[in-house]
Design a protein around this ligand. Structure first.
Ligand SMILES: [Zn+2]
Length: 435
C-alpha cells in the first residue's frame, strides 16, 4: 500500500493525505484550502481546476475529518469530477447552514450555490461504523475539536493499520474521552503508522486553558461588566457553550425579572439550532435571541451577552447599540487566535484589529486552542505506539515533532521524507511526500 502526503508536512491548513491499496483503490483524507495570510485572500494551487483534477486521478472517495475550511473547500469541483464525498451528519448540516448564509452575499453567492449542490450528494459516515472502499477499510471515531462532529480515522489496508488523527484536542467539553477511546478502539488494532496533527508545536510555551477555564474566566468578567460583546468562531460549539453558560450563571445571580439575554445574529442562531437539535446536555441547553432593534430597550436595561462578527451587518448593529450603553460597563471578549490582532504577527488582520478597537470598551483576550497541546500529542503517540512510523502533518515548517516528550524508540520513527517501511510479516508501506 502507499501513503502520499500531498500537502501538510510543512504547513498548517490545506492538508491532503492519499491512501492507495496495492490493487489501486485510492481515497483522500481531507482536501481543504490554504489558510489566508492576514487580510490577504488565501492563495492555493488547487484554485486551478486542472490541479484538482490531476490530484483526483484514480481517486474514488474523499473522507473529511471535519468541516473547517482548511479541511473541506473544493467540494463542488470534487463532485463534478464524479468522486464520492463523506462527512459526519452534523458536520454536513453545519456546512450547509454556512453556505446557505453565504448565498446572501453577492460576491459569494455563485460559489455557495455550487457548493450546496455538491453537498446534496454527500454520504454520511457514522462513528465506529466501518466503511469499505475496495481493499481499504475506514472507521471514524469521534474527537473533540473547535469544530463539532470531528473525527479521526482508523484505516486498514493490505495488512497495514493507520491512524489519521485529524484535528483534535482533549481540553474541550467532550475531550475527556480521548485516551479511553484510543485504549478501547485503537490500541487493540496495533497501529503501524500514525498520521497526526502538530499545530501546537509552534506554540509550545502557550499555557493551554481548558474550555472550563474559559467558562469560569467569562463568569468572572460577566460579574464585573453588565454588557459583553464576544468575537469568536461561529462554528466553535464549545465556545458558544462557554459564553452561554457564563451568561446563564450571571443571569441566575441577578435579582431581576428580566434575564440577561444571549443575543446572536441569524447565522449564529442557525448554527446554534444545529447544535441544539443534534447534541445533548450543555449543547442543547443554549437559549438565544436573534438580534432585533426592538430588543434594544431590554438589552440596555438588563445587560446582555452578544456574539458578534467582523461584518458590515455588525458594524450597523453596534452603531445602533453602543450610543445607548455605558462602555465603562461593557467588555469586549476577543475569543480567537491572538495572532490576528497582534500587529507584528504574520497572521495579523488589520480589519479584525480595527473592529476590536472600534469603541472604547474594556478589551479582554480570552481563548484556548482547538488543537492538542504538546503534552497531549506526546501522550497520544506514546499510547498508540505505532510499529512503523509517525507522520506529522498540519504543522509549521520550522517545528520538530522529535522535541516532544515521546520515547526514544518513537523519535526514531518520525518520518518527514519519502521512504519505504517494511513490517516484520513482509507487508510494506510506500510513503511519499509531495511538497
Ligand atoms: Zn480544524
Amino acid at each position: 500500500m502507499k501513503i502520499t502526503i500531498h500537502r501538510g508536512t510543512n504547513q498548517i491548513g490545506g492538508c491532503v493525505t492519499e491512501i492507495q491499496s496495492a490493487k489501486g483503490d485510492k481515497i483522500l483524507i481531507d482536501f481543504g484550502h490554504n489558510l489566508p495570510e492576514g487580510d490577504k485572500p488565501a492563495q492555493d494551487k488547487y484554485d486551478e481546476d486542472e490541479n484538482v483534477l490531476n490530484l483526483l486521478e484514480g481517486v474514488s472517495d474523499v473522507y473529511y475529518t471535519h468541516y473547517h475550511g482548511d479541511h473541506i473547500s473544493f467540494e463542488s469541483e470534487i463532485y463534478r469530477a464524479g468522486v464520492t464525498q463523506h462527512i459526519g451528519a452534523l458536520s454536513l448540516k453545519m456546512v450547509k447552514t454556512l453556505k446557505q448564509h453565504m448565498q446572501h452575499a453577492d460576491s459569494l453567492k455563485e460559489r455557495a450555490t455550487k457548493s450546496l449542490e455538491a453537498l446534496e450528494h454527500f454520504k454520511i459516515y457514522k462513528p465506529k461504523h466501518t466503511e469499505t472502499v475496495g481493499d481499504i477499510r475506514i472507521t471514524p471515531y469521534f474527537v473533540s475539536h473547535s469544530a463539532a462532529d470531528a473525527h479521526m480515522f482508523l484505516i486498514e489496508c493490505d495488512g497495514v493499520t493507520i491512524l489519521h488523527t485529524g484535528d483534535f484536542r482533549d481540553h474541550g467539553y467532550m475531550g475527556g474521552g480521548l485516551m479511553k477511546n484510543l485504549k478501547v478502539n485503537v490500541v487493540p488494532k496495533h497501529v503501524d503508522v500514525i498520521i497526526t496533527e502538530g499545530t501546537m508545536l509552534a506554540r509550545k510555551d502557550e499555557k493551554v486553558l481548558s474550555e472550563w477555564d474559559i467558562q469560569n474566566e467569562t463568569k468572572s468578567l460577566m460579574s464585573q461588566y453588565k454588557n459583553a460583546f464576544v468575537l469568536c468562531s461561529s462554528t466553535d460549539v464549545d465556545r458558544f457553550v462557554s459564553m452561554f453558560q457564563a451568561t446563564k450563571h450571571q443571569r441566575n445571580r441577578r435579582d431581576s425579572d428580566y434575564p440577561r439575554w444571549f443575543v446572536t445574529d441569524a447565522y449564529q442562531g442557525d448554527q446554534i439550532l444545529n447544535i441544539k437539535n443534534n447534541l445533548n446536555g450543555i449543547y442543547s441547553d443554549i437559549i438565544f435571541k436573534v438580534y432585533n432593534k426592538d430588543f434594544l430597550p431590554n438589552m440596555v436595561k438588563n445587560g446582555f451577552t452578544m456574539l458578534v462578527r467582523n461584518t458590515e451587518t455588525f458594524e450597523k448593529y453596534l452603531a445602533e447599540i453602543v450610543p445607548h450603553i455605558d462602555l465603562n460597563e461593557t467588555v469586549f471578549i476577543y475569543s480567537q487566535f491572538k495572532g490576528y490582532i497582534a500587529p507584528t504577527h504574520s497572521a495579523f488582520k488589520q480589519s479584525t484589529y480595527d473592529f476590536v478597537h472600534k469603541y472604547k470598551w474594556h478589551l479582554k483576550e480570552l481563548h484556548t486552542s482547538g488543537h492538542a497541546s504538546c503534552k497531549t500529542l506526546a501522550e497520544v503517540c506514546n499510547l498508540v505506539n505505532p510499529s512503523l512510523a509517525i507522520i506529522p502533518i498540519h504543522k509549521e515548517a520550522d517545528t520538530d515533532f522529535a522535541s516532544l516528550p515521546i520515547s526514544s524508540e518513537l523519535k526514531k520513527k518520525i518520518v518527514t521524507k519519502s521512504m519505504i517501511f517494511e513490517k516484520e510479516n513482509g507487508n510494506f508501506v510506500k510513503f511519499e511526500v509531495k511538497e
